[in-house]
Design a protein around this ligand. Structure first.
Ligand code: GDP
Length: 320
């Protein structure tokens, strides 16, 4: 499908619309809010004190009162490999209940369009690479993050179910590993990118001779800057209408060891890299096929080098 055909198939301009960003304080949600400025729409958000997304009646009451026309579901309990493994109940229950509450309320109060955000960990651990959307539910998941993955798969299915049963225009996007300003830089719960930025920075500041990387360093990961992800989500909201979820990727991956070298270079740490083999590697490779998104007329524009430099700057700003 060409870009023009895609637009006419599902054209949904956002200008003048009331657009709810659920999870607007998170890394992705806040990037979507920033990106929506260019769309001339009215952005609706609800603070945690105003609305607890795990409470069904509260979500219904908020949606009934505020009447969004479109909603980005970027609210989720997220964390890196260790956090997922340590808090399985939280990752499964909170994510199930949050997405179920929002999607059901969107149906009850006639929200015209919903974009649900998942993650590349929905795919089987040993899915053929690059992973196409069709790989979903073709094999066992990576056990370290299956709790989160199961919840996100349920979210995709919920959007599909409301499409089929009620003709709702609910769609899903599956971003690859994201990084950027607003990321969680806590070493126990973060993903690898912010962890490496913090470790390299602290090692440089303290004059240490080495930094420790979890696992063997051989796993490969794909990284997309969150501003690119937000841009892709807004694009999909405007042009895409279909039952299938759409991957949102960068298009190439890198080993954790090479990523560590790149981060050290950008941060300016010149010491050694050592491995903590007591920590898990997780899935060996997780590169998504972004062909469907490219056919829909979108490509990333932020290089890994520029994105890391930008994220390092954002990290430094959190310290002052
Ligand atoms: P994943 O993509 O779901 O596996 O989540 P992560 O971003 O947490 O981890 C990606 C890879 O980076 C795994 O192989 C980790 O073992 C590795 N890694 C290396 N050092 C670190 C670190 O300091 N923190 C985290 N979270 N992962 C690290």
């Amino acid at each position: 499908m060409t870009h023009v055909e895609a637009q006419s198939a599902g054209a949904y301009p956002l200008a003048g619309k009331r657009v709810w960003v659920a999870g607007h304080r998170g890394m992705v949600g806040s990037a979507i809010v920033r990106r929506l400025v260019a769309e001339n729409c009215e952005v609706l958000t609800a603070g945690r004190k105003e609305l607890d997304l795990t409470r069904q009646q509260d979500v219904e009451a908020w949606v009934e009162k505020n009447r969004p026309q479109a909603a980005f579901v970027a609210a989720a309990k997220v964390g890196g490999i260790l956090a997922n493994d340590t808090y399985p109940a939280t990752f499964l229950y909170d994510n199930l209940i949050i997405e179920a509450n929002i999607i059901k309320a969107a149906h009850d109060f006639d929200v015209e369009k919903v974009l649900f955000l998942g993650s590349s960990c929905i795919y089987p651990k040993l899915a053929p690479q690059p992973i196409s959307e069709d790989a979903l539910l073709t094999g066992p998941l990576e056990p370290t993050n299956e709790w989160y993955a199961i919840a996100k798969i349920a979210g995709i299915k919920l959007c599909q179910a409301y499409r089929r049963q009620y003709g709702r225009d609910f769609i899903s996007a599956m971003p690859t590993n994201l990084y950027g300003p607003g990321d969680n830089f806590d070493l126990n719960s973060s993903h690898v990118m912010p962890a490496l930025i913090r470790k390299a920075h602290e090692a440089k500041e303290q004059g240490l001779s080495e930094i420790t990387v979890w696992g063997t360093g051989t796993p490969r990961r794909e990284f997309l800057h969150v501003e690119d992800c937000a841009d892709a989500c807004v694009h999909l909201m405007k042009v895409y209408s279909g039952e299938g979820h759409v991957n949102v990727g960068f298009g190439s991956d890198i080993t954790i060891l090479d990523l560590t070298r790149l981060v050290c270079d950008i941060v300016g740490f010149k010491g050694k890299i050592v491995h903590d083999l007591s920590k898990p590697d997780g899935t060996p490779r997780k590169l998504m096929s972004s062909e469907r998104l490219a056919e829909l007329g979108w490509r990333p524009s932020i290089s890994l080098e520029r994105g890391i430099a930008d994220t390092y700057k954002a990290f430094l700003a959190t310290l002052s």
